[in-house]
Design a protein around this ligand. Structure first.
Ligand code: FA5
Length: 340
């Protein structure tokens, strides 16, 4: 009788194990049949009432049923584990042969690149790199540079005036004044920086652009020294022959003053919107420092003299890379910037 019950229990449990759809359902079968208080444990308890012979034969059957059910449970559990692992591998699948995503390194703005090249050149020639504020006093921007009160450059058209009477510097020349006071003679300095003008924007004019000021004060400085440094500068930047012209230019802070123009490298000479159809681009005004400016910088013009220049850095970058519209440079347009 007990033998039959045992046989049926083993068969039905094996069928339930085979039919279990989840690990939880499988565990429930195990607890019910093989658990400490499960069906098999109950049968084991009842064996006390049996004769020794019955005990021996039922005991054997019981053990055999236990072992085969445990084996069935283990193999079903292994099947669940294998299915779970395979599902996980499917979801975490990686193709290690795929090319890695491209990391695009950043690059310096072309203006910064050229500025650094010029700084390196002038430092190698014994110049100090100075910085000056973008908000300047009217005195440093105009008066100390010998620009009279009625000069048109002070006009509202050109200058951004601030409410406190200061200005957004209209050129880097006020750093000449700061440099003379800070360094004293003899001195060699350059000062790159951003300048601001309240003017109409077009392919070659921005309201915010960059200049690079240069100044050398020493004994017996001549126009020949000035030209040597200007030629060295242009040769280093363009690394080839460029056609330049020197013409008289008027700036209150230099005497004599010159305009150094470069033949337009966008059109090569015939004329285009960048050179305003003249074939020439104003690039490098310069001259010998006016004695009044030396005096206002605390330097005795009887003992010292010098030259100064105010390179149009933004225009230089345009010429170097043949950029035909100045507005591209500060547009932040990545299609433009990615080319450098
Ligand atoms: C000056 O600003 C003088 N401070 C330069 C100078 C310094 C002369 C020392 C002598 C001695 P100018 O206004 O010409 O000069 O400007 C200098 C250069 O800046 C120009 O040759 C041109 O290349 C550039 N520039 C002027 N206006 C603009 C503008 N709106 N946009 C872009 N570049 C400009």
């Amino acid at each position: 009788m007990l033998e039959k019950t045992l046989q049926e229990l083993a068969q039905s449990t094996e069928a339930r194990i085979a039919a279990a759809e989840t690990p939880d359902a499988l565990e429930a079968v195990r607890v019910e049949v093989l658990g400490r208080k499960g069906t098999l444990a109950g049968i084991s308890k009842d064996m006390g009432k049996l004769t020794p012979e019955q005990k021996a034969s039922i005991g054997k059957l019981l053990n055999a049923a236990k072992q085969s059910l445990e084996a069935a449970l283990d193999s079903k559990k292994a099947a669940f584990d294998a299915a779970a692992l395979s599902a996980r591998l499917d979801s975490e699948w990686l193709d290690l042969t795929l090319p890695a995503p491209q990391v695009k390194p950043g690059s310096l703005h072309p203006l910064t690149q050229i500025q650094q090249e010029i700084e390196d050149l002038f430092v190698s020639l014994g110049f100090t790199v100075l910085d000056g504020p973008e908000v300047e006093t009217e005195y440093n921007n105009f008066d100390a540079l010998n620009i009279p009160a009625d000069h048109p450059a002070r006009d509202m058209q050109d200058t951004f005036w601030l409410q406190n009477g200061h200005v957004l510097r209209t050129h880097t020349s006020p750093v000449q004044v700061r440099g003379m006071r800070k360094l004293g003679p003899p001195l060699r300095m350059i000062a790159p920086g951003r300048v601001f003008r309240n003017e109409e924007v077009d392919p070659s004019h921005e309201h915010t652009f960059y200049q690079l000021e240069g100044m050398m004060i020493d004994k017996d400085v001549s126009v020949a020294h000035l030209l040597y440094f200007m030629k060295t500068l242009l040769g280093a930047i363009f690394k080839r022959e460029v056609t330049v012209r020197l013409r008289p230019g008027f700036f209150p802070f230099v005497e004599p003053g010159f305009e150094l123009d470069i033949q337009c490298l966008i059109c090569g000479g015939p004329g285009c919107p960048v050179c305003k159809h003249s074939g020439w681009v104003e690039l490098l005004p310069c001259g010998l420092v006016n004695p009044n400016v030396l005096r206002m910088g605390g330097i005795d013009p009887e003992k010292w003299n010098g030259f100064a220049f105010g390179l149009g850095l933004t225009r230089l970058v345009m010429m170097r890379y043949a950029i035909d519209d100045i507005r591209l440079l500060q547009s932040g347009d990545l299609r433009f910037l990615n080319q450098f």
